[in-house]
Design a protein around this ligand. Structure first.
Ligand SMILES: Nc1ncnc2c1ncn2[C@@H]1O[C@H](COP(=O)(O)OP(=O)(O)OP(=O)(O)O)[C@@H](O)[C@H]1O
Ligand SMILES: [Mg+2]
Length: 400
């Protein structure tokens, strides 16, 4: 144990934390609301606090929860795993990838994961001692009450629900409902000493692009988004079993997210499936993933035309990739006329569509261009739908 404590003390010097969060490390309020702007360190702190508790306290079963189970692997689970590695503590944890269960080898503490959409799994989890709800604005008040009810009974340590989120809509229940015994902390990217220069500039640039957006994502204040570009796509539980045609839209990224959206077409209606939505993908990773996700030879992939080298790489790997027509205004106008369906698994798409907005000038006038932020899936969808439409039109002319 001696060596363990030494290691923990060594790695968990206060420098690993952003200052704004340090007073909350020992805070025992039932509800800890970490809200604010993008990149303010909320998620990292939530994971850090749970890691600390996991090492210091006993008889724990923490629950990591989000609206959609499938999004936990790329967020809470990978963040926590990364943290144990960065702190040099990974040897003290056993991590089961299959069901994303983490056990602390020192004391048997557990972390389990479940999505709100995972009702059966959620029902089968007993003895939860604390919870972290990531992107808490995704869940409704009723879901929250269910989670809250799961956290009851006598426990050795304090029971806490951490809720981390961006203050996207002032009418949200998280803003309008008073939670007893809660602590709120609002943070912004300026509270995050680990943020990179590039991100800093992107957030600062929102001020010029759209004041509403700036308010939410840079200042971290509750906002109302008045300039949304699309109506949220209708969410349906089941897609048709077969389509007349399948196309893909691809927006390249590295630091930013790479977004690949598959679109099934039937009766002139479009069904979206988010296949890739992640950062730090190399070209090789991307090619492999496209095939892994079920791409079939001959299907067309409409890509961000600003990256001809990448398009060529995909082509050489056997993927029918084309540069997309990137006319923003015409593209958006066309997408708005389309009947588009999404499903609950498309968490990146569903989140982006709720914030995808036009730029505004200083006087609040709405401009023609979208705000360049959280727009990767939106771009991918537009590339595919609009280019495909234009291609079909040209093809017809040739045939007649
Ligand atoms: N304590 C920390 N130590 C090291 N890096 C950190 C720390 N806190 C934040 N970061 C860095 O800052 C980035 C943004 O932090 P984080 O993801 O926690 O922000 P967030 O507030 O959850 O953002 P969002 O609102 O977009 O979800 C992280 O990806 C990480 O690179
Ligand atoms: Mg976060």
């Amino acid at each position: 144990m001696e060596t363990v404590n030494q290691k923990i003390n060594f790695n968990f010097i206060l420098d690993s934390f952003n200052d704004a969060y340090i007073p909350l490390l020992a805070n025992e309020a039932r509800y800890l609301l970490l809200y604010g702007g993008a990149g303010s360190g909320k998620s990292v702190f939530a994971a850090q606090k749970i890691l600390m508790r996991c090492l210091k306290e006993h008889n724990h079963k923490f629950l990591f929860i989000r609206k959609v189970a499938r999004t936990i692997r790329g967020s809470q689970f990978s963040l926590f795993k990364g943290l144990t590695v960065d702190a040099g503590l990974n040897e003290f944890f056993s991590i089961r990838e299959s069901d994303m269960k983490i056990t602390c080898k020192l004391n048997g503490n557990e972390i389990v994961t479940a999505g709100v959409d995972d009702r059966e799994k959620l029902k089968s989890i007993y003895g939860i001692t604390s919870v972290w709800v990531e992107e808490a604005t995704e869940i409704d008040a009723q879901d929250f009450r269910q989670i809250d009810l799961r956290l009851r009974g006598k426990t050795q340590n304090y029971k806490q629900i951490i809720l981390s989120f961006n203050p996207v809509d002032a009418n949200h229940w998280l803003n309008t409902t008073a939670l007893k015994n809660s602590i709120k902390l609002r943070t912004t990217f300026r509270d995050n000493k680990f943020i990179d220069e590039e991100y800093y500039e992107v957030l600062e640039s929102l001020k010029e692009q759209n004041p509403d957006y700036y308010k939410i994502y840079a200042l971290g204040e509750w906002g109302v988004k008045r300039t949304l570009i699309y109506k949220p796509f209708e969410i349906i539980a089941e897609y048709p079993g077969s389509f007349e045609e399948i196309i893909y839209g691809l927006d390249f990224g590295y630091n930013n997210k790479t977004a690949l959206v598959k679109i099934g077409i039937k009766d002139n209606q479009f069904y979206l499936s988010e296949l890739i939505y992640e950062s730090m993908l190399t070209s090789k990773d991307l090619t492999e993933k496209i095939f892994e996700k079920g791409y079939r030879k001959g299907e067309n992939v409409y890509c961000d035309s600003a990256e001809p080298g990448k398009i060529e790489e995909l082509k050489r790997a056997g993927i029918n990739s084309y540069p997309a027509d990137k006319s923003v205004k015409d593209g958006i106008d066309y997408v708005r006329t389309c009947v588009i369906f999404s499903n609950e698994r498309n968490s990146g798409i569903n989140k982006e569509v709720l914030s995808y907005s036009y730029k505004q000038d200083k006087d609040g006038n709405i401009l023609e261009d979208p705000v360049k932020f959280n727009d990767h899936a939106m771009d991918a969808i537009r590339y595919a739908l609009y280019t495909h439409k234009k291609k079909k039109k040209t093809a017809k002319i040739v045939w007649i």
